[in-house]
Design a protein around this ligand. Structure first.
Ligand code: F0G
Length: 464
């Protein structure tokens, strides 16, 4: 018989995690005002809040920590990372930053402008991540979501739900003058639509359109290697290509990329911006020096740049990607076998549960996905994150809650951290909540919230 995939690593160091009682969890979550971000992590058994900065580093990466060169200028660790970015992504210039949103800050300052220089400008893309959108809107510009419509139907089996709708992109570029469109940004894989990949054909066609209209195309490359794996598995003509070849081709269509290294860089902190053009790199370096640090370290320690260099290479290894994406699908299949509806096809870094179908009795105004997240925590000490009405925030003009097309609970899986036994435990936790779903009829009510990005700090109480 065919041998199944298994993780291409074994554990050398372990970190204890503790189970707790249901009574403890009920009181802890009430103390945390029903906000999962307010929980102490030692009160969580399995933490699926995010796959960002939560991966396990390899022995080779830890070795790089000792080799780190902490020189202010010209550190060998910088040159090591530069060579890796050039080799893997084909991008000759880069600036290190402390994480992905810092890369966005520098890039948007360079291309959109600062202060009100962005007023009236438009940045098309495929469901921009919140911080990307934040950096666009902070400059009074607008993010224009041109994702294909299939992305918003959790049961459509479209293989590339991260794709840009090319007809809409063309219409958009024809309708808006070049001066109003400082860049187009495509997120691979698209986190906001469920860790869904973008096809090579779509990247190629988007790039042709952007070039024709003179608009720079950037990738938000946080999960570029997972995207490449899906292209290899799902797109005609790529099965025999190596992930490295696919990655090179993906980036060949872009003028540059922002990177949150906390994902496919498999490090705990870090980011960068990659550029094809020296001119743009020079322009951006002024902002990088002001916001992050000198060009050869930006927001990173030398040791972290060394670990990132190794992590980027490891993320492109195919047996790793098979186990990584395979584990996400393993959890998705388990949940579905219990009758739970998830965004399909399963994404690269997380499973997204359709909360409206899971808890149909809870009123939409009572934060359905957050309610499910709280129930899963109380049931099994599993922590997930709401991608729903809390995250969507209020309309800036009417101050009414904005209801997104989907109300999702994201179960993000850290890289190389949990076993499939942990995934079985997570699936059993949700199966138990599902079994008692008819008794869950009320959700939550906001007690206190911040004017923007409220989901991080919101205080809630049970709606009774
Ligand atoms: N782009 C994407 C697609 C992301 O998913 C994230 C972060 C960022 C940019 C920002 O990067 O956190 O390094 O500043 N996503 C995390 C998550 C926070 O949980 O999905 P950062």
């Amino acid at each position: 018989m065919d041998l199944p995939w298994a993780e291409p690593w074994r554990a050398k160091t372990i970190e204890p995690i503790r189970r707790s009682t249901r009574g403890e969890r009920e009181s802890w979550i009430a103390d945390a005002r029903y906000n999962l971000f307010n929980l102490r992590s030692d009160r969580v058994y399995i933490d699926l809040l995010t796959d960002s900065g939560t991966g396990a580093m390899s022995a080779a990466q830890w070795a790089e920590m000792m080799l780190g060169d902490e020189s202010y200028a010209g550190a060998s660790s910088y040159h090591k990372l530069k060579a890796t970015i050039e080799e893997l992504l084909g991008m000759p210039y880069f600036l290190p930053t402390h994480q992905g949103r810092a890369a966005e800050n520098v890039l948007m300052s360079t291309l959109i402008g600062v202060g009100s220089e962005g007023a009236g400008k438009l940045v098309p893309g495929n469901s921009h991540f919140d911080t990307t959108k934040g950096h666009i809107e902070f400059r009074k510009a607008h993010a224009v979501d041109l994702t294909v419509a299939e992305a918003f139907d959790t049961q459509s089996l479209h293989p590339f739900k991260g794709d840009v709708d090319l007809r809409r992109l063309k219409d958009f570029l024809e309708a808006n003058p070049r001066e109003r469109v400082p860049l187009c940004i495509i997120t691979v894989t698209c986190n906001s639509s469920g860790g869904q990949p973008v096809s090579m054909a779509n990247l190629r066609a988007s790039s042709e359109l952007c070039r024709k209209f003179g608009v720079p195309l950037f990738l938000d490359a946080a999960r570029f290697a997972e995207n490449a794996w899906f292209i290899k598995r799902r797109e005609k003509g790529y099965a025999e290509k190596s992930v490295r070849e696919i990655v090179r081709e993906m980036f060949s269509y872009a003028d540059g990329a922002t990177m949150s290294s906390k994902k496919d860089g498999i490090v705990n902190i870090g980011g960068f911006i990659a550029f094809r053009s020296r001119e743009l790199w020079e322009k951006a370096s002024t902002f990088n020096i002001m916001f992050e640090g000198f060009n050869t370290y930006g927001g990173m320690a030398g040791r972290d740049m060394g670990a990132l260099s190794a992590g980027l290479r490891e993320a492109c290894e195919e047996d790793y990607l098979e186990a990584r994406v395979g584990q996400v699908a393993y959890l998705g299949e388990k949940l579905e076998s219990h009758g739970i509806t998830c965004q399909k096809p399963f994404g690269g870094h997380a499973i997204f549960i359709d909360a409206l179908r899971f808890l149909p009795a809870v009123p939409r105004a009572e934060y359905v996905a957050q309610t499910l997240g709280i129930e899963a925590y109380i049931e099994g000490g599993v922590r997930c994150v709401e991608i729903g009405t809390l995250l969507a925030d209020r309309d800036p003009d009417t101050r009414q809650d904005r209801y997104p097309a989907l109300e999702l609970l994201r179960l993000a899986i850290p890289r190389r951290v949990y076993s499939n036994d942990h995934m079985d435990y997570v699936a059993a936790t949700f199966a138990n909540v599902f079994a008692r779903r008819d008794s869950i009829r009320r959700g939550l009510r906001v007690v206190r919230e911040a004017p923007i990005l409220r989901h991080f700090t919101v205080e809630l109480e049970r709606a009774l």
